[in-house]
Design a binder for this molecule. Structure first.
Ligand SMILES: [Zn+2]
Length: 299
């Protein structure tokens, strides 16, 4: 049995118009990233969408570093973040209160029910000496996709359309998929503007016809799905980029946290003489005993 390619970014081009796009498919990786957090079901579902959206937006940008998507609000989920490195490493984090509504109470409006009022932001961090690329928009609309399209309408960094889905498969594991189409800059248009508008309209309608289960289903390969949607206009696929789980935490970073604490704070956090530092992204725990704490604070 040959396995269907999964956990990847598949760039493509529609041949008649030259429009570019990306298909994102996530299976075991998104289940791993979400599963590292002890979240209520409604928050898990939003985190899965958040992760696949972060992967999708990151795929539209040329960068060498870390892309971070973040939402802050005054609702039950105070903060959610997902980041994607330029080599495809994905991780996520959420700060969640007690009062998360059940999935039934979300009623098609996860953003107001879970985040309340707030904003959606992304940054691209390319290291110390390069510019921080940034975008921010008020959370507006019932779903994450609505918020992103609200951002696209205001942005000159992205001219794109996205559809996405995240759901559990029959075994209960999270899967997600997304499609993004990007408009071409005017100087790259190979034909007249009106024709391009028509091609864009047609491509976004075809994209919109893609059902959630087609976006996420492992059984439909990325090539099959793209062919199914765009075959009349011809679709060319390029090399895929893999996505994987990766976290940048380390014992050295945990030691850095210990150095920032006061003696009083250290005493507060000690349990039977030891301190544990848990990475909020991957839930890895680093333990330090008295001697190790002293060492960490001297290096
Ligand atoms: Zn970590």
């Amino acid at each position: 049995m040959t396995s269907v390619p999964d956990d990847l970014i598949q760039p493509f081009m529609i041949e008649t118009s030259g429009l570019r796009g990306r298909l994102i498919r996530m299976g075991p990786v998104i289940d791993d990233v979400v599963g590292r957090h002890d979240l209520p079901p409604a928050a898990q579902a939003l985190m899965a969408e958040f992760i696949v959206l972060a992967a999708t937006l990151s795929a539209a940008l040329k960068f060498d570093g870390i892309f971070t998507l973040q939402a802050k609000g005054n609702g039950p989920i105070r903060l959610m973040a997902a980041d994607v490195t330029s080599d495809g490493g994905v991780r996520a984090y959420a700060s969640v209160g007690e009062d998360v509504p059940s999935e039934d109470d979300i009623d098609g409006a996860p953003i107001p029910r879970l985040f309340g009022a707030g904003y959606l932001a992304f940054t691209v961090d390319q290291g110390d000496h390069t510019e921080l690329y940034q975008g921010i928009v008020e959370l507006q609309g019932p779903t994450l996709i609505d918020c992103v399209h609200h951002y696209f309408r205001q942005s000159d960094q992205f001219s794109a359309a996205i559809t996405l889905a995240a759901e559990r498969d029959a075994s209960g594991a999270w899967r997600a998929g997304a499609l993004m189409l990007q408009r071409l800059p005017e100087d790259e248009l190979s034909f007249r503007k009106e024709e391009m508008e028509e091609a864009w309209r047609r491509a976004t309608i075809l994209m919109g016809s893609c059902r959630k289960e087609e976006l996420t289903a492992e059984a439909i390969s990325p090539h099959q799905l793209l062919f199914r949607l765009f075959h009349e206009d011809g679709v060319r696929v390029f090399d895929t980029h893999p996505l994987n789980f990766s976290c940048r935490c380390s014992r050295e970073r945990a030691e850095g946290v210990l150095r920032m604490l006061s003696d009083d704070e250290l005493d507060d956090y000690k349990i039977e003489g030891r301190i544990s530092i848990t990475c909020e992204f991957c839930n890895t725990v680093e333990w330090f005993d008295e001697a190790q704490i002293r060492y960490a604070r001297t290096v």
